[in-house]
Design a protein around this ligand. Structure first.
Ligand code: ZN
Length: 328
């Protein structure tokens, strides 16, 4: 993995997002070999006569090919999925382009998101490259490194309690990155509760939900107009003020009603698919986990960056620095 940061005892490495793992896929297009002087005229003809390119806007329309006898250009006419060869021929017949040398070429079907992909994609066909903003390396301030270190250590210490309680050894912590403090902490409670859904992450989210319910109740109470209120300054006209919950969840004031919006989750083990989906639904900002789980939501489905999910979050695989040193 490319980006890693030392946070106290831990090495924190960003888990690649789905797009970074994208393999090269190609799509067939009809191309015509032309001279440089014909370029603008054939592009005009193509835009009038063929369907617009759809979904391959990253692909450059023209590829230059060097020959001993001089350069020629390959220009994309349209995607093969839009027209079959007979339909294409019918649209060219009776035009000045009837004798065009037409072939089928392959172009990358998805945009390149990383420099490495760009280098491989452009060897197939010229493409535009715009790096994803969300790939920027995670920069941790000194304070934040200490906060990440403390939260990971707490998750590990909680994990030791699991061993004593006889349950599965998984613990989770939710942190508020703005206040840099712990908001919720839990160990796996499936054994003790007999409820197979009470995974550590689910228990943590439930704690935040409980705090939110209590906070909303306090807000409702504080909004009840007093009988002796007079004039425009009465409670009824006062703007809503968020009461700060004991967990600090309300300190993220620009949240839009999702339970853990912008929060950090620290887990001793990569969350399972159910827990990862719960993290997507509650709109966390970042996930840090220690042990990998081959059946987990990140390893198996890249759920932190899955194209078909409506929320993405940054994800970091964490290792004890001393373990890492002993491996190498
Ligand atoms: Zn789980």
């Amino acid at each position: 993995m490319a980006d890693h940061t030392r946070c106290g005892d831990y090495l924190v490495e960003r888990v690649p997002i789905e797009e970074e793992r994208q393999k090269l896929e190609t799509e067939d297009v009809y191309t015509a070999r032309i001279t440089a002087q014909q370029t603008s005229r054939i592009l005009q003809f193509a835009s009038k006569s063929f369907p617009k390119l759809d979904g391959i806007e990253h692909v450059k329309r023209v590829r230059r090919e060097a020959h001993e006898s001089g350069d020629t250009l390959l220009v994309i006419l349209c995607q093969c999925k839009m027209l079959d060869r007979d339909q294409l021929s019918a649209r060219i017949r009776d035009t000045e382009w009837a004798a065009l040398d037409i072939a089928v070429s392959k172009v990358p079907a998805t945009p390149p998101y990383t420099k490495d992909q760009f280098d491989r994609w452009k060897a197939v066909w010229p493409v535009a490259y715009r790096p994803l903003v969300k790939l920027k390396q995670a920069l941790f301030s000194a304070d934040e490194k200490e906060y990440v270190h403390q939260c990971l250590r707490l998750a590990e210490e909680l994990c030791k309690q699991c061993d004593m309680a006889g349950g599965r050894s998984v613990a989770a912590v939710i942190g508020n990155p703005q206040a840099r403090r712990v908001v919720a902490q839990a160990i796996d409670a499936t054994t003790v509760s007999g409820n197979p859904l009470r995974h550590a992450v689910m228990c943590c989210i439930a704690q935040v939900a409980d705090y939110e319910v209590a906070r909303e109740a306090r807000m409702t109470q504080s909004q009840t107009p007093k009988l002796d209120a007079t004039g425009p300054e009465s409670n009824a006209a006062a703007p809503l003020k968020r009461a700060h919950s004991p967990c600090g969840a309300a300190e993220i004031d620009d949240r839009s009603g999702y339970l853990c919006e912008g929060m950090d989750v620290f887990s001793s083990r990569e969350p399972c698919v159910m827990c990862t989906m719960a993290l997507v639904h509650s709109r966390i900002g970042r996930l840090f986990f220690l042990d990998s789980n081959s059946g987990g939501g990140i390893s198996q489905y890249s759920m932190h960056s899955h194209r078909q999910l409506n929320h993405h979050f940054a994800c970091f695989k964490c290792t004890r620095a001393e373990d890492r040193a002993s491996e190498s």
